[in-house]
Write a protein that binds this ligand. Structure first.
Ligand SMILES: [Zn+2]
Length: 541
């Protein structure tokens, strides 16, 4: 039947049902247009619903509203009596037969993907059991095969929480699906699961995340929450199609993330001082740069936290909002509806803010509006993707921002990476090798030659990682930043206006006290906080 005819036919059915309801003095319901809640549906079993064609669609305390297409049907009457016997007051509405068919189909689907018992509703006792059961992550694949998919998700969530994973990746291949946890920024393959187990699990994740189950060929995003040890955790789920099925990444976002101080984040010395100064400005632009996952937004949130004194109006424009800041107006960009960084920023500025945080500067329009804001009495905080702090200047010029706008607007640039902290439970200190010693000595010489007044001792021993239960056998636990910071003083402003070379900019920044990220990293190795391998890894050496 052509679509148009189906529609007309459906409308006709609903109209005649309405007419019949009036004749027999029954309330009418267009059940196909009524949102159905699986919890209400399950007041009766699916088998009963199919036989009796009774659809519970609303429940307010002890009163249940049901839809039926034939109130005289004995099976229908029996199920209604059963509900009454269970102590419910039942209100019966008449619906079209097609509507009831559709509702039964929906019921069938929700039964297949039964709503996951999220940890919130799992008894404390069973959480403890789960916790015990997955004391070793390697036990998980076997467990996952034994339990229904909704419990499998619980196990994986708890596994992620226990290992402090920020993301869980599901990567399907021909014969198995690899599950990898991102812990302290690094991916670890934890186990593989069989394809058929994964298939059920994937459907559960989609169902839980509110994604369309029948759509498998386009990327989708979803979200769900659960509670673990009194902490509410939001899970952002996203899928992309692959030749062997859908690949998932689930990101775990604790909603109670407290804002950390600069020291807690790992800022020290010159960078810490500059960051503190930047948090006191009343106008100008502060930019934090680095690749994705380098902790830029955490640093921005900490700056805002210091500026958030109740006297300033703070507005943010983010993609997405990651943490909630009490006292700030936070908004999220929506590219599909034209709410971009550039257009959003213009709207925000009409709201008379003192401090604006904008997720990222990636085009000329945003860069222009941002610097105008910084030049007209606002504090503007944002991020940029550049390798080093100084490269921010040529990057802004490349985007198309004229030097006469950059120079007066810019106040501070911070570039950062995250290195993993050695696990204090299992790391040991071992004698430094000759080549390591050379690396330290050379670096110290470079710092000295550049005129920066900082020195540190070449350590005799350095931390070596091993791995224990406390660190999920990774050898590391938590992360700290390594950073470099530049305050844009008058000399640097002049250099920007004169389109000076990168070398000239670097030497001016050095004169002003800049320690590079790599050098900052080495100092943290000397303090026993991280390893040389970590510093090399994140600074691409
Ligand atoms: Zn350890």
């Amino acid at each position: 039947m052509p679509e148009q005819l189906v529609k007309i036919n459906r409308e006709f059915q609903e109209k005649s049902t309405l007419k019949r309801a009036k004749e027999i003095s029954m309330p009418y319901i267009d059940i196909a247009k009524t949102p159905l809640n699986p919890d209400f549906l399950r007041l009766i079993s699916f088998e009963d619903a199919k036989k009796s064609r009774v659809i519970p669609f609303l429940k307010i305390s002890k009163k249940v509203h049901v839809a039926v297409d034939d109130s005289e049907n004995p099976e229908t009457k029996a199920v209604i009596e059963k509900l009454k016997a269970d102590g419910f007051e039942v209100s019966v509405s008449l619906a079209s037969s097609t509507g009831i068919d559709e509702a039964i189909n929906f019921f069938d689907t929700t039964e297949k993907y039964k709503k996951i018992q999220i940890v919130e509703s799992v008894e404390e006792k069973s959480i403890k059991t789960y916790e015990k059961e997955i004391s070793a992550l390697s036990d998980l694949p076997a467990k996952l095969e034994q339990v229904p998919a909704e419990e499998a998700i619980n196990l994986l969530n708890i596994g992620a929480m226990k290992t402090n994973a920020s993301d869980v990746h599901y990567e399907p291949f021909e014969n198995q699906t690899d599950v990898r946890f991102r812990i302290d920024g690094v991916l670890h393959k934890v186990f593989s699961i069989k394809s058929d187990v994964y298939e059920k699990l994937a459907e559960q994740i989609k169902y839980q995340g509110g994604m369309r189950l029948n759509v498998k060929t386009v990327p989708q995003d979803g979200r769900y929450t659960f509670v673990f040890n009194n902490r509410k955790i939001a899970v952002r789920t996203s899928t992309i199609p692959t030749p062997y099925g859908e690949s998932f990444v689930c990101r775990y976002l604790p909603s109670d993330q407290k804002s950390l101080t600069f020291e807690e984040l790992g800022f020290q010395g010159e960078a810490l001082k500059k960051l503190m100064d930047a948090s006191k400005i009343s106008q100008g632009m502060v930019l934090v740069t680095g690749p994705t996952g380098s902790g830029k937004s955490t640093t921005l949130y900490s700056i805002i936290n210091l500026m958030n004194n109740g006297k300033n109006k703070i507005i943010t424009l983010e993609d997405p909002v990651e943490y909630y800041i009490i006292g700030a107006t936070q908004s999220q960009i929506d590219e599909r509806h034209g709410y971009t960084f550039a257009s959003g920023l213009r709207s925000i500025l009409r709201h008379d803010p003192d401090i604006v945080m904008i997720g990222e500067i990636r085009d000329l329009e945003t860069a222009e509006t941002s610097s105008q804001a910084a030049l007209t009495g606002h504090v503007l905080l944002s991020t940029l993707h550049t390798n080093s702090a100084i490269e921010t200047i040529p990057r802004l010029i490349n985007i198309g921002l004229p030097p006469f706008m950059i120079a007066p607007a810019l106040n501070t640039i911070i570039a950062q990476r995250l290195v993993r902290k050695v696990c204090t439970k299992c790391s040991t200190f071992e004698a430094i090798t000759e080549s390591e010693k050379t690396e330290f000595t050379n670096t110290m010489q470079i710092i000295k030659d550049s005129g920066v007044n900082v020195s540190f001792l070449v350590p005799e021993k350095m931390p070596k990682v091993h791995g224990c239960e406390a660190c999920s056998s990774t050898g590391y636990n938590g992360r700290i930043v390594i950073a470099e910071a530049i305050t844009i003083n008058n000399e640097i402003k002049d250099l920007i206006l004169n389109k000076a070379s990168l070398e000239a900019l670097v030497s001016a920044a050095r004169k002003e006290g800049m320690i590079t990220m790599y050098e900052d990293g080495l100092m943290k190795v000397a303090q026993g906080l991280t390893t040389l391998e970590e510093v090399h890894r994140v600074t691409n050496l």
